[in-house]
Design a protein around this ligand. Sequence first.
Ligand code: ATP
Ligand code: PRP
Length: 221
Amino acid sequence: MTDKQLTVALSKGRIMTDTLRLLHEAGIPVPEDIEESRKLILESPDGSIRYILAKPVDVPTYVEYGVADIGIVGKDVLLEAERDLYELLDLGIGRCRMCVCGLPDSKGGMVSRVASKYARIAANHFRNQGQQVEVIYLNGSVELAPLIGLADRIVDLVETGRTLAENGLVIHEEILQISTRVVANRMSFRLKSEQIDSLVARLRGVTEQTERTVTGGGLQQ
Ligand SMILES: Nc1ncnc2c1ncn2[C@@H]1O[C@H](COP(=O)(O)OP(=O)(O)OP(=O)(O)O)[C@@H](O)[C@H]1O
Ligand SMILES: O=P(O)(O)OC[C@H]1O[C@H](OP(=O)(O)OP(=O)(O)O)[C@H](O)[C@@H]1O
């Protein structure tokens, strides 16, 4: 690794393909076999960028500790992690909504139980609303909780709404819009400003193009 090299932590999984497409469109060098390979650290062909492939929930940790200069990760993960990072850019991919959901007739009683993979976001939301709730952490398939009586509501991501619909659940309230963000380590942002500015400017170029195209087509963001 050289001083000039940037280490970029990418989120494996759902947002990986769109992230790689944007990097490619922005002219940022990416190893050809990055999606097929089982390697977790890969260098770009010109050696300017080292990519690390991480679980989304771990990306803010790598960036805060400075083992990655840059991270690409969902706003949901950032809000839940509350790490001390600079958020530089909204890539406009991985769009979905963080919502309070449940059975159609459940609005929460005096002290309701709320299940979520986003325990901190859920707790903050209900605290801000002055509602007393018990938040129960679950790691996935959160929609199960109201169906089997573990909780009366959930806080979870909704994209197409299919998972809710197929399980007889509805949205009671939208908390916030989610999309994928570019974040930087605070020290790297100063020490590698030239490389980081260039990377963000290139990505901003293709992100704005995408947004213009979508808006031009008459679709609502
Ligand atoms: N329908 C969706 N459900 C979940 N995440 C979505 C959705 N649409 C976009 N996203 C974004 O993609 C990210 C989730 O990716 P993924 O499902 O691969 O991660 P994960 O749930 O942390 O992984 P794992 O299931 O392996 O624990 C979220 O952090 C969010 O920003
Ligand atoms: O509105 P939809 O398009 O149906 O998408 C929303 C679903 O997708 C995510 O789950 P994921 O597939 O990541 O599985 P998980 O429940 O194990 O987290 C999310 O937690 C919802 O369950």
